[in-house]
Design a binder for this molecule. Structure first.
Ligand code: AMP
Length: 436
Protein backbone atom coordinates (compact mmCIF):
# COMPACT_ATOMS: atom_id res chain seq x y z
CA UNK A 1 0.00 0.00 0.00
CA UNK A 2 1.28 3.41 -0.86
CA UNK A 3 1.43 5.85 2.02
CA UNK A 4 0.40 9.31 0.92
CA UNK A 5 2.40 11.89 2.82
CA UNK A 6 -0.11 14.29 4.30
CA UNK A 7 1.01 17.81 4.96
CA UNK A 8 0.14 18.92 8.47
CA UNK A 9 -2.25 21.81 8.26
CA UNK A 10 -1.80 24.42 10.95
CA UNK A 11 -5.15 25.55 12.30
CA UNK A 12 -5.87 29.24 11.88
CA UNK A 13 -6.22 31.06 15.18
CA UNK A 14 -8.07 34.20 16.18
CA UNK A 15 -6.19 37.49 15.84
CA UNK A 16 -4.26 38.70 18.90
CA UNK A 17 -6.42 40.84 21.18
CA UNK A 18 -9.66 39.41 19.73
CA UNK A 19 -11.56 36.46 21.13
CA UNK A 20 -14.50 34.18 20.64
CA UNK A 21 -17.34 34.45 23.08
CA UNK A 22 -18.85 31.02 23.53
CA UNK A 23 -21.98 29.71 25.20
CA UNK A 24 -22.81 29.62 28.06
CA UNK A 25 -20.92 32.91 28.52
CA UNK A 26 -22.83 34.50 25.64
CA UNK A 27 -26.00 33.88 27.66
CA UNK A 28 -24.73 36.30 30.26
CA UNK A 29 -23.80 38.84 27.57
CA UNK A 30 -27.35 38.61 26.26
CA UNK A 31 -28.80 39.17 29.72
CA UNK A 32 -26.62 42.24 30.24
CA UNK A 33 -27.58 43.63 26.83
CA UNK A 34 -31.23 42.91 27.45
CA UNK A 35 -31.04 44.75 30.77
CA UNK A 36 -29.24 47.70 29.17
CA UNK A 37 -31.87 47.92 26.41
CA UNK A 38 -34.66 47.77 28.96
CA UNK A 39 -33.20 50.46 31.18
CA UNK A 40 -32.26 52.74 28.25
CA UNK A 41 -35.67 52.40 26.64
CA UNK A 42 -37.34 53.19 29.95
CA UNK A 43 -35.50 56.51 29.72
CA UNK A 44 -36.71 56.93 26.13
CA UNK A 45 -33.38 56.17 24.43
CA UNK A 46 -33.74 54.43 21.06
CA UNK A 47 -31.24 52.20 19.31
CA UNK A 48 -28.99 53.51 16.57
CA UNK A 49 -26.79 51.23 14.45
CA UNK A 50 -23.95 52.85 12.61
CA UNK A 51 -21.31 51.16 10.42
CA UNK A 52 -18.20 49.62 11.93
CA UNK A 53 -16.24 51.13 9.05
CA UNK A 54 -15.89 54.91 8.75
CA UNK A 55 -13.77 57.40 6.88
CA UNK A 56 -10.55 57.93 8.82
CA UNK A 57 -11.14 61.69 8.77
CA UNK A 58 -14.11 61.28 11.12
CA UNK A 59 -11.91 60.11 13.99
CA UNK A 60 -9.00 62.38 13.17
CA UNK A 61 -11.36 65.32 13.50
CA UNK A 62 -13.37 64.14 16.50
CA UNK A 63 -11.09 62.03 18.67
CA UNK A 64 -8.19 64.32 17.72
CA UNK A 65 -4.91 63.95 15.82
CA UNK A 66 -2.68 64.08 18.88
CA UNK A 67 -4.46 61.37 20.91
CA UNK A 68 -3.06 57.87 21.50
CA UNK A 69 -6.13 56.43 19.79
CA UNK A 70 -5.48 58.26 16.53
CA UNK A 71 -1.69 58.18 16.52
CA UNK A 72 -1.14 54.59 17.66
CA UNK A 73 -4.27 52.54 18.03
CA UNK A 74 -6.51 52.78 15.00
CA UNK A 75 -6.93 50.01 12.46
CA UNK A 76 -6.63 52.17 9.39
CA UNK A 77 -6.21 50.94 5.85
CA UNK A 78 -6.43 52.16 2.33
CA UNK A 79 -9.39 50.78 0.42
CA UNK A 80 -9.01 49.64 -3.19
CA UNK A 81 -10.01 53.09 -4.40
CA UNK A 82 -7.34 54.61 -2.10
CA UNK A 83 -9.84 56.00 0.35
CA UNK A 84 -8.55 55.84 3.94
CA UNK A 85 -10.93 53.83 6.13
CA UNK A 86 -10.83 52.97 9.83
CA UNK A 87 -12.49 50.37 12.02
CA UNK A 88 -14.26 52.53 14.57
CA UNK A 89 -12.34 52.95 17.85
CA UNK A 90 -15.47 54.43 19.49
CA UNK A 91 -18.98 55.33 18.41
CA UNK A 92 -19.81 58.86 19.59
CA UNK A 93 -18.28 60.36 16.45
CA UNK A 94 -20.35 58.02 14.28
CA UNK A 95 -23.57 58.88 16.12
CA UNK A 96 -22.96 62.60 15.67
CA UNK A 97 -21.99 62.04 12.01
CA UNK A 98 -25.28 60.18 11.46
CA UNK A 99 -27.22 62.92 13.26
CA UNK A 100 -25.75 65.49 10.88
CA UNK A 101 -25.92 63.30 7.76
CA UNK A 102 -29.64 62.68 8.25
CA UNK A 103 -30.33 66.31 9.26
CA UNK A 104 -32.00 65.16 12.46
CA UNK A 105 -31.42 68.65 13.87
CA UNK A 106 -34.24 69.81 11.55
CA UNK A 107 -36.69 67.82 13.65
CA UNK A 108 -35.81 70.01 16.63
CA UNK A 109 -35.97 68.81 20.20
CA UNK A 110 -33.77 66.28 21.90
CA UNK A 111 -32.53 63.02 20.36
CA UNK A 112 -31.61 60.14 22.62
CA UNK A 113 -29.74 57.19 21.13
CA UNK A 114 -28.14 54.05 22.44
CA UNK A 115 -25.88 51.60 20.66
CA UNK A 116 -24.15 48.29 21.27
CA UNK A 117 -21.28 46.86 19.32
CA UNK A 118 -17.62 46.13 18.73
CA UNK A 119 -14.90 48.79 18.75
CA UNK A 120 -11.30 48.35 17.65
CA UNK A 121 -8.12 49.73 19.18
CA UNK A 122 -4.65 48.30 18.78
CA UNK A 123 -3.77 48.35 22.47
CA UNK A 124 -1.58 45.94 24.43
CA UNK A 125 -3.98 43.13 25.37
CA UNK A 126 -4.39 42.34 29.07
CA UNK A 127 -7.19 41.51 31.51
CA UNK A 128 -10.11 43.78 30.61
CA UNK A 129 -8.32 45.19 27.58
CA UNK A 130 -8.76 43.86 24.08
CA UNK A 131 -8.18 44.98 20.52
CA UNK A 132 -11.74 44.14 19.60
CA UNK A 133 -13.87 45.09 22.56
CA UNK A 134 -17.52 45.96 23.00
CA UNK A 135 -19.18 49.12 24.12
CA UNK A 136 -22.71 49.91 25.12
CA UNK A 137 -23.25 53.62 24.79
CA UNK A 138 -25.90 56.28 25.11
CA UNK A 139 -25.92 59.80 23.67
CA UNK A 140 -28.25 62.74 24.18
CA UNK A 141 -28.12 65.38 21.43
CA UNK A 142 -29.80 68.76 21.46
CA UNK A 143 -29.78 70.00 25.05
CA UNK A 144 -27.18 71.56 27.31
CA UNK A 145 -29.46 71.37 30.35
CA UNK A 146 -27.70 70.02 33.47
CA UNK A 147 -30.74 67.80 34.09
CA UNK A 148 -29.67 65.81 31.00
CA UNK A 149 -26.37 65.01 32.71
CA UNK A 150 -28.08 64.08 35.96
CA UNK A 151 -30.69 61.92 34.27
CA UNK A 152 -28.14 59.94 32.30
CA UNK A 153 -26.08 59.37 35.44
CA UNK A 154 -29.23 58.22 37.24
CA UNK A 155 -29.92 55.80 34.37
CA UNK A 156 -26.40 54.36 34.63
CA UNK A 157 -26.73 53.98 38.38
CA UNK A 158 -29.97 52.08 37.83
CA UNK A 159 -28.32 49.83 35.25
CA UNK A 160 -25.39 48.83 37.49
CA UNK A 161 -27.82 48.29 40.35
CA UNK A 162 -30.03 46.01 38.26
CA UNK A 163 -26.96 44.07 37.16
CA UNK A 164 -26.23 43.42 40.83
CA UNK A 165 -22.91 45.28 40.87
CA UNK A 166 -21.54 46.50 44.17
CA UNK A 167 -18.44 48.50 44.82
CA UNK A 168 -19.05 50.88 41.91
CA UNK A 169 -17.92 54.49 42.28
CA UNK A 170 -19.09 57.48 40.29
CA UNK A 171 -16.43 60.13 39.74
CA UNK A 172 -17.38 63.50 38.30
CA UNK A 173 -15.60 66.65 37.26
CA UNK A 174 -16.02 69.64 34.99
CA UNK A 175 -13.59 70.61 32.25
CA UNK A 176 -15.05 74.07 31.71
CA UNK A 177 -15.73 75.49 28.26
CA UNK A 178 -14.01 77.27 25.40
CA UNK A 179 -14.14 80.46 27.49
CA UNK A 180 -12.69 79.36 30.84
CA UNK A 181 -10.54 76.38 29.91
CA UNK A 182 -7.87 78.33 27.98
CA UNK A 183 -7.43 80.57 31.04
CA UNK A 184 -7.02 77.52 33.25
CA UNK A 185 -4.62 75.89 30.81
CA UNK A 186 -2.42 79.00 31.07
CA UNK A 187 -2.39 78.70 34.86
CA UNK A 188 -1.68 74.98 34.62
CA UNK A 189 1.16 75.59 32.17
CA UNK A 190 2.73 78.10 34.55
CA UNK A 191 2.44 75.69 37.46
CA UNK A 192 3.97 72.94 35.32
CA UNK A 193 6.95 75.15 34.48
CA UNK A 194 7.92 75.05 38.15
CA UNK A 195 7.64 71.27 38.59
CA UNK A 196 8.23 69.90 35.09
CA UNK A 197 11.73 68.64 35.86
CA UNK A 198 10.27 66.27 38.47
CA UNK A 199 7.94 64.63 35.94
CA UNK A 200 8.46 61.82 33.42
CA UNK A 201 9.57 62.51 29.84
CA UNK A 202 6.02 62.05 28.51
CA UNK A 203 4.66 64.63 30.95
CA UNK A 204 7.42 67.06 30.07
CA UNK A 205 6.34 66.80 26.45
CA UNK A 206 2.63 67.05 27.39
CA UNK A 207 3.37 70.17 29.47
CA UNK A 208 4.28 71.83 26.18
CA UNK A 209 1.81 70.31 23.74
CA UNK A 210 -1.34 69.53 25.74
CA UNK A 211 -0.93 70.23 29.48
CA UNK A 212 -4.31 68.69 30.41
CA UNK A 213 -2.95 65.33 29.31
CA UNK A 214 -0.54 65.38 32.26
CA UNK A 215 -3.52 64.21 34.32
CA UNK A 216 -3.64 60.98 32.30
CA UNK A 217 -0.13 60.06 33.52
CA UNK A 218 0.07 56.65 35.19
CA UNK A 219 3.74 56.89 36.32
CA UNK A 220 3.75 56.29 40.07
CA UNK A 221 6.61 58.71 40.84
CA UNK A 222 4.73 61.59 39.18
CA UNK A 223 1.51 61.25 41.14
CA UNK A 224 2.36 63.39 44.17
CA UNK A 225 3.45 66.28 41.95
CA UNK A 226 0.34 65.97 39.78
CA UNK A 227 -1.90 65.99 42.87
CA UNK A 228 -0.46 69.39 43.78
CA UNK A 229 -1.34 71.04 40.43
CA UNK A 230 -4.15 73.61 40.19
CA UNK A 231 -7.60 72.04 39.70
CA UNK A 232 -9.84 73.02 36.83
CA UNK A 233 -13.00 73.11 38.99
CA UNK A 234 -11.45 76.00 40.94
CA UNK A 235 -11.15 77.99 37.70
CA UNK A 236 -14.55 77.64 36.03
CA UNK A 237 -16.40 80.61 34.55
CA UNK A 238 -19.70 81.47 36.31
CA UNK A 239 -21.80 79.57 33.72
CA UNK A 240 -19.71 76.42 33.95
CA UNK A 241 -19.63 76.69 37.73
CA UNK A 242 -23.41 76.94 37.80
CA UNK A 243 -23.78 73.95 35.48
CA UNK A 244 -21.50 71.88 37.70
CA UNK A 245 -23.32 72.95 40.87
CA UNK A 246 -26.67 72.04 39.33
CA UNK A 247 -25.35 68.62 38.31
CA UNK A 248 -23.96 67.82 41.75
CA UNK A 249 -27.10 69.17 43.41
CA UNK A 250 -29.24 66.99 41.14
CA UNK A 251 -27.17 63.95 42.05
CA UNK A 252 -27.62 64.68 45.76
CA UNK A 253 -31.37 65.18 45.34
CA UNK A 254 -31.60 61.77 43.68
CA UNK A 255 -29.44 60.12 46.33
CA UNK A 256 -26.73 59.21 43.85
CA UNK A 257 -23.38 59.11 45.58
CA UNK A 258 -20.40 60.53 43.74
CA UNK A 259 -16.91 61.91 44.34
CA UNK A 260 -15.33 64.85 42.61
CA UNK A 261 -12.21 63.72 40.74
CA UNK A 262 -10.26 66.78 39.60
CA UNK A 263 -7.99 64.61 37.46
CA UNK A 264 -10.84 63.55 35.24
CA UNK A 265 -10.12 65.83 32.29
CA UNK A 266 -10.37 65.26 28.61
CA UNK A 267 -7.79 67.18 26.70
CA UNK A 268 -9.90 67.80 23.62
CA UNK A 269 -11.45 71.10 22.74
CA UNK A 270 -14.92 69.81 22.06
CA UNK A 271 -15.36 68.39 25.57
CA UNK A 272 -17.18 70.82 27.81
CA UNK A 273 -18.34 70.89 31.38
CA UNK A 274 -19.31 67.56 32.95
CA UNK A 275 -16.98 64.58 32.65
CA UNK A 276 -17.46 61.35 34.57
CA UNK A 277 -16.29 57.83 35.04
CA UNK A 278 -17.61 54.82 36.91
CA UNK A 279 -15.06 52.45 38.35
CA UNK A 280 -15.55 48.98 39.73
CA UNK A 281 -13.66 47.45 42.66
CA UNK A 282 -14.08 44.05 40.98
CA UNK A 283 -11.82 44.88 38.05
CA UNK A 284 -8.23 45.30 39.21
CA UNK A 285 -5.87 47.52 37.20
CA UNK A 286 -8.30 48.32 34.35
CA UNK A 287 -11.00 49.46 36.73
CA UNK A 288 -12.82 51.97 34.50
CA UNK A 289 -16.20 50.45 33.77
CA UNK A 290 -17.45 53.39 31.74
CA UNK A 291 -16.68 56.98 30.93
CA UNK A 292 -18.34 59.92 29.34
CA UNK A 293 -19.18 63.54 29.40
CA UNK A 294 -20.53 66.57 27.67
CA UNK A 295 -19.34 67.43 24.18
CA UNK A 296 -21.11 70.62 23.22
CA UNK A 297 -18.52 71.44 20.54
CA UNK A 298 -18.43 68.15 18.65
CA UNK A 299 -21.26 68.57 16.12
CA UNK A 300 -19.74 71.82 14.86
CA UNK A 301 -16.34 70.20 14.56
CA UNK A 302 -17.91 67.60 12.29
CA UNK A 303 -19.54 70.19 10.05
CA UNK A 304 -22.98 70.28 11.65
CA UNK A 305 -24.89 73.07 13.38
CA UNK A 306 -23.97 73.76 17.01
CA UNK A 307 -25.59 70.92 18.96
CA UNK A 308 -24.88 70.23 22.61
CA UNK A 309 -24.36 66.57 23.50
CA UNK A 310 -23.83 64.34 26.47
CA UNK A 311 -23.00 60.66 26.48
CA UNK A 312 -21.45 57.56 27.97
CA UNK A 313 -19.49 54.59 26.68
CA UNK A 314 -19.64 51.49 28.85
CA UNK A 315 -16.91 48.89 28.41
CA UNK A 316 -19.06 45.79 27.99
CA UNK A 317 -16.17 43.32 28.38
CA UNK A 318 -15.40 44.85 31.76
CA UNK A 319 -19.04 45.10 32.68
CA UNK A 320 -19.25 41.34 32.07
CA UNK A 321 -16.23 40.66 34.28
CA UNK A 322 -17.88 42.64 37.08
CA UNK A 323 -21.28 41.01 36.51
CA UNK A 324 -19.77 37.52 36.53
CA UNK A 325 -17.99 38.31 39.77
CA UNK A 326 -21.11 39.73 41.41
CA UNK A 327 -22.95 36.55 40.35
CA UNK A 328 -26.38 38.15 40.70
CA UNK A 329 -27.51 37.62 37.12
CA UNK A 330 -28.64 34.33 35.62
CA UNK A 331 -27.61 33.65 32.01
CA UNK A 332 -30.56 33.92 29.66
CA UNK A 333 -32.49 30.99 28.24
CA UNK A 334 -31.48 28.09 30.46
CA UNK A 335 -32.69 24.80 29.03
CA UNK A 336 -36.19 24.39 30.43
CA UNK A 337 -36.98 20.83 29.50
CA UNK A 338 -35.53 17.73 27.92
CA UNK A 339 -38.04 15.35 26.41
CA UNK A 340 -37.08 11.76 27.06
CA UNK A 341 -39.15 9.48 24.84
CA UNK A 342 -39.00 5.72 24.53
CA UNK A 343 -40.32 3.44 21.79
CA UNK A 344 -40.98 4.50 18.21
CA UNK A 345 -44.67 5.22 18.93
CA UNK A 346 -43.67 7.97 21.38
CA UNK A 347 -41.67 10.07 18.95
CA UNK A 348 -44.73 11.69 17.32
CA UNK A 349 -46.37 12.84 20.58
CA UNK A 350 -42.93 13.78 21.99
CA UNK A 351 -42.09 16.11 19.15
CA UNK A 352 -45.62 17.54 19.20
CA UNK A 353 -45.13 18.41 22.86
CA UNK A 354 -41.67 19.86 22.10
CA UNK A 355 -43.17 22.12 19.46
CA UNK A 356 -45.95 23.31 21.77
CA UNK A 357 -43.56 24.06 24.62
CA UNK A 358 -41.15 25.85 22.28
CA UNK A 359 -43.95 27.95 20.84
CA UNK A 360 -44.93 28.97 24.33
CA UNK A 361 -41.37 30.27 24.76
CA UNK A 362 -39.64 27.52 26.67
CA UNK A 363 -36.22 26.28 25.64
CA UNK A 364 -36.61 22.58 24.89
CA UNK A 365 -34.35 19.78 23.72
CA UNK A 366 -35.38 16.38 22.40
CA UNK A 367 -33.29 13.39 21.37
CA UNK A 368 -33.48 12.45 17.70
CA UNK A 369 -33.12 8.71 18.17
CA UNK A 370 -34.94 6.32 20.48
CA UNK A 371 -32.92 5.80 23.66
CA UNK A 372 -33.15 4.05 26.96
CA UNK A 373 -34.54 6.15 29.80
CA UNK A 374 -31.25 6.20 31.69
CA UNK A 375 -29.38 7.54 28.68
CA UNK A 376 -31.99 10.22 28.06
CA UNK A 377 -31.91 11.36 31.68
CA UNK A 378 -28.10 11.44 31.49
CA UNK A 379 -28.36 13.72 28.45
CA UNK A 380 -30.92 15.94 30.24
CA UNK A 381 -28.63 16.31 33.20
CA UNK A 382 -25.54 16.98 31.08
CA UNK A 383 -27.39 19.74 29.24
CA UNK A 384 -28.49 21.32 32.51
CA UNK A 385 -32.23 20.89 31.80
CA UNK A 386 -34.49 22.08 34.63
CA UNK A 387 -37.05 19.37 33.88
CA UNK A 388 -37.17 16.08 32.04
CA UNK A 389 -40.45 14.98 30.53
CA UNK A 390 -40.71 11.26 30.25
CA UNK A 391 -43.02 9.48 27.88
CA UNK A 392 -43.08 5.86 26.88
CA UNK A 393 -45.79 3.33 26.23
CA UNK A 394 -47.22 3.54 29.78
CA UNK A 395 -47.53 7.34 29.66
CA UNK A 396 -49.11 7.26 26.22
CA UNK A 397 -51.67 4.75 27.47
CA UNK A 398 -52.56 6.74 30.60
CA UNK A 399 -52.48 10.13 28.85
CA UNK A 400 -50.32 11.58 31.61
CA UNK A 401 -46.59 12.21 31.16
CA UNK A 402 -43.95 12.15 33.89
CA UNK A 403 -42.46 15.56 34.65
CA UNK A 404 -39.24 15.20 36.58
CA UNK A 405 -37.64 18.14 38.37
CA UNK A 406 -33.94 17.58 37.66
CA UNK A 407 -32.85 19.57 40.71
CA UNK A 408 -34.99 17.95 43.40
CA UNK A 409 -35.54 14.64 41.62
CA UNK A 410 -39.28 14.92 42.32
CA UNK A 411 -41.60 13.48 39.71
CA UNK A 412 -45.22 14.31 38.92
CA UNK A 413 -47.72 13.06 36.38
CA UNK A 414 -49.15 15.84 34.23
CA UNK A 415 -51.49 15.84 31.23
CA UNK A 416 -49.69 17.05 28.08
CA UNK A 417 -52.00 20.07 27.68
CA UNK A 418 -51.09 21.28 31.16
CA UNK A 419 -47.32 20.80 30.95
CA UNK A 420 -46.51 24.30 29.61
CA UNK A 421 -48.40 26.00 32.44
CA UNK A 422 -46.91 23.59 34.97
CA UNK A 423 -43.35 24.40 33.87
CA UNK A 424 -44.03 28.13 33.58
CA UNK A 425 -45.18 28.25 37.15
CA UNK A 426 -42.14 26.39 38.42
CA UNK A 427 -39.49 28.11 36.31
CA UNK A 428 -40.93 31.50 37.32
CA UNK A 429 -38.87 34.56 36.38
CA UNK A 430 -36.46 32.47 34.29
CA UNK A 431 -39.30 31.82 31.89
CA UNK A 432 -39.45 34.16 28.95
CA UNK A 433 -42.38 33.65 26.68
CA UNK A 434 -41.99 34.17 22.95
CA UNK A 435 -45.38 35.82 23.14
CA UNK A 436 -43.83 38.61 25.21
P1 AMP B 1 -13.35 55.44 26.17
O1 AMP B 1 -14.12 55.32 24.88
O2 AMP B 1 -11.86 55.36 26.00
O3 AMP B 1 -13.83 56.57 27.03
O4 AMP B 1 -13.69 54.11 26.98
C1 AMP B 1 -14.94 53.86 27.58
C2 AMP B 1 -14.90 52.51 28.24
O5 AMP B 1 -14.63 51.50 27.27
C3 AMP B 1 -13.76 52.37 29.25
O6 AMP B 1 -14.17 52.85 30.51
C4 AMP B 1 -13.55 50.88 29.25
O7 AMP B 1 -14.47 50.25 30.11
C5 AMP B 1 -13.87 50.47 27.84
N1 AMP B 1 -12.63 50.27 27.03
C6 AMP B 1 -11.87 51.19 26.41
N2 AMP B 1 -10.85 50.61 25.74
C7 AMP B 1 -10.97 49.27 25.93
C8 AMP B 1 -10.23 48.12 25.50
N3 AMP B 1 -9.17 48.22 24.71
N4 AMP B 1 -10.65 46.89 25.91
C9 AMP B 1 -11.75 46.77 26.69
N5 AMP B 1 -12.48 47.82 27.13
C10 AMP B 1 -12.11 49.06 26.75
Amino acid sequence: MVEVARKKIEPVRSVKGTRDLLPPETGLWQRVEEEARRVFEAYNFREIRTPVLEETALFRRSVGVDTDIVTKEMYTFEDRDRESLTLRPEATASVVRAYIEHSLFNEGGIHKFYYLGPMFRRERPQKGRFRQFYQIGAEVLGSDHPAVDVELLEMLTLLVERLGLRDVRLLVNSVGCARCRPEYVKILKQALEGVKSKLCADCQRRAETNPLRVFDCKVEADQATIAGLPRIIDHLCPECRQHFDLVTRGLKERNISYSIEPRLVRGLDYYTRTTFEMTSGALGAQNALMGGGRYDGLAELLGGPPTPGFGVAIGEDRLLLAVAEAGALEPSSPLGAYIAWMGDGAYGPAQKLARELRHSGLSVEIGYDARKLKKSLGAASKLGARFAIILGEGELASGRYQVKDMTSGQQEEVEPARIAAHLKQRIGTGFRSLAG
